[in-house]
Design a protein around this ligand. Structure first.
Ligand code: CDP
Ligand code: CDP
Length: 210
């Protein structure tokens, strides 16, 4: 049995995972899932229900009872939601509760591009192609800062950089599914690359694997 192809895109915050994954999916006729949004939805559900973000049982319950409604919450992209998402993402029961959804999404025809932190290492260790997208913390903070400004949100570069460093450290140092490139992933350092250049390099690698 041939499974629908899964392409795994992992990397730290604002490396350009979502931008790349969306373009690859459109180009290849695959579906796209930004898995960070599921962790953000669990965080948002926890906060909306008045749960204590430092209580592991409350966090696990929020992840276990996640529904389609939570994926359209208005605060999903907020910095605070990302911060709480990264906190609860360090908990094994939270990650376990979100695994099935990601796997069935990827296994559904015609296949999918998933982006996150542990797609190539944990969610789909047998993915057809794996790309680890990274860039210097300064470049990534600048991207996020400019994105916020573009949306008319007040943003201070130094604060964005500081928050990003904290979140990256937490994601890299956690015991469960830490952020790291899979052994068979291709790493793209995009610090000095445009989104178009990243797309071209990634597409060349992915097509060689399909
Ligand atoms: O998903 P992730 O948080 O990794 O990043 P994103 O949401 O795709 O945002 C990356 C931002 O950086 C977007 O505003 C892109 O236009 C920009 N960018 C990029 O994606 N790739 C580059 N090589 C340069 C800039
Ligand atoms: O957009 P950005 O890259 O800033 O973050 P995100 O992809 O929306 O993810 C928010 C948080 O969810 C991350 O800091 C991770 O802690 C967590 N996450 C994870 O643990 N595993 C994933 N596959 C995706 C996100």
């Amino acid at each position: 049995l041939i499974h629908p192809p899964v392409i795994a895109i992992d990397g730290p915050a604002a490396a350009g995972k979502g931008t790349l994954a969306r373009r690859l999916a459109a180009e290849l006729g695959l579906r796209h899932l930004d898995t960070g949004m599921i962790y953000r939805a669990a965080a948002s559900r926890l906060l909306a229900g008045g749960g204590d973000p430092d209580d592991p049982a409350a966090a696990a319950l929020a992840a276990q009872t996640l529904g389609a409604d939570d994926l359209v919450r208005t605060d999903l992209r907020a910095e605070r939601t990302g911060e709480i998402a990264s906190k609860i993402a360090a908990l094994g029961p939270v990650r376990a509760a979100l695994l099935d959804f990601q796997r069935s999404f990827g296994r559904t025809a015609p296949g999918a591009v998933l982006d996150g932190r542990d797609i190539g290492t944990v969610v789909f260790p047998d993915a057809r192609a794996k790309i680890f997208v990274t860039a210097s913390p300064e470049a990534r903070a600048l991207r996020r800062h400019e994105e916020l400004r573009g949306k008319g949100v007040a943003s201070i570069f130094a604060d964005v950089l500081e928050e990003m460093r904290l979140r990256d450290r937490r994601d890299r140092e956690r015991a469960v599914a830490p952020l790291r490139p899979a052994d068979d992933a291709v790493t793209l350092d995009t610090t000095d690359m445009s989104a178009d250049e990243v797309f071209a390099a990634a597409l060349a690698h992915v097509t060689s694997r399909l």
